[in-house]
Ligand binder design. Structure first.
Ligand SMILES: *Cc1c(COP(=O)(O)O)cnc(C)c1O
Length: 228
C-alpha cells in the first residue's frame, strides 16, 4: 500500500479485522465483548504501536524479549497491556517481567520456577501453552503435563493462572484443534475456575478459534500487514 498514510492503513486493518471478529461472534452466538484482540506488533516499529494505541487498541503482543522491552520503554503514553506470546527462555524470565503484563507461553515447571525467583509488584497473568499435536517445536507442554504446570503456576507468587494458549498445529484442521483446546480448558477450569482465558487464533485461523470459544485472539498481519 505504498503512498498510503500509515494511520489510515492501520485504521483500515483494524476495522476489517473487527468486522471479521464481529461476524465470527454472530455466527457462534457470542458477544464481541467476550473476545479480546491482542494486536501482535512484533517486528513493527514503536510508531505503529503508538498509532494503534491512538486508534483504541488496548492490548499488544510481542514475541521477543530483546525487542519488546525497549519498545515499551519508548512509548510516549503508558496504558497498553503488553502480552508475551513467544517461547520464553528461563534466563529471560526476569526481563520479561519488566515489560509483560501477560505471558501466554508458560509451558514447563522449570520456567515457573525461574519466574518465581523474580519479585514483582503485581503478579503477571499467565497462560499455560499446550502443544495440541505433541510436537514441542512450537512450544507448549504435552497435554498430559498440563495439570502439573498449571498447579505450579497456581502456586506461584510471580504468576497468576489465567488460562490456556495454543497455536494450531500444521496439518490439523484448526476447528478440530481449537475444539480440543476448549475441552482441555473446561477440564482445567474444573480444578482452577480462575483459568478461564483461552488464547487461540491468529490471522489465518481466528474465526475458527472464536467459533471454538477463544477469549483472546492474537492477530498481527491482518492488521499491520506482512512482516519484513
Ligand atoms: C506472530 C504471532 C502471532 C500473530 O501472527 P499473524 O499470523 O501475523 O496474525 C500470534 N501468535 C504468536 C504466538 C505469534 O508468534
Amino acid at each position: 500500500m505504498a503512498g498510503t498514510n500509515r494511520v489510515d492503513e492501520l485504521r483500515l486493518g483494524l476495522e476489517a479485522t473487527r468486522e471479521r471478529i464481529d461476524h465470527a461472534c454472530q455466527q457462534s452466538g457470542r458477544s464481541s465483548n467476550d473476545v479480546t484482540v491482542v494486536v501482535v506488533t512484533k517486528t513493527h516499529p514503536v510508531s505503529d504501536v503508538e498509532i494503534l494505541q491512538e486508534l483504541g487498541v488496548t492490548d499488544v503482543g510481542e514475541n521477543k524479549d530483546q525487542e519488546a522491552g525497549p519498545k515499551r520503554e519508548q512509548m510516549t503514553h503508558q496504558g497498553l497491556r503488553w502480552h508475551a506470546v513467544g517461547q520464553v527462555q528461563s534466563n529471560k524470565a526476569k526481563t520479561v517481567t519488566q515489560w509483560a503484563d501477560v505471558v501466554h507461553s508458560v509451558d514447563r515447571v522449570g520456567l515457573v520456577q525461574a519466574f518465581d525467583r523474580v519479585v514483582v509488584p503485581t503478579p503477571i497473568q499467565a497462560l499455560v501453552q499446550v502443544s495440541l499435536d505433541g510436537d514441542p517445536d512450537r512450544g507448549g507442554c504435552m497435554i498430559a503435563d498440563l495439570a502439573v504446570v498449571a498447579e505450579a503456576v497456581a502456586g506461584s507468587s510471580t504468576l497468576s493462572l489465567a488460562g490456556v494458549m495454543a497455536v494450531a498445529p500444521l496439518g490439523i484442521e484448526p476447528s478440530r484443534a481449537f475444539g480440543d483446546l476448549w475441552t482441555i480448558s473446561q477440564r482445567l477450569q474444573a480444578d482452577f475456575p480462575q483459568a478461564a482465558w483461552i488464547s487461540a487464533g491468529m490471522t489465518q485461523d481466528f474465526e475458527a478459534a472464536i467459533a471454538a470459544g477463544a477469549t483472546h485472539v492474537r492477530i498481527g498481519s491482518a492488521i499491520l500487514g506482512n512482516r519484513a
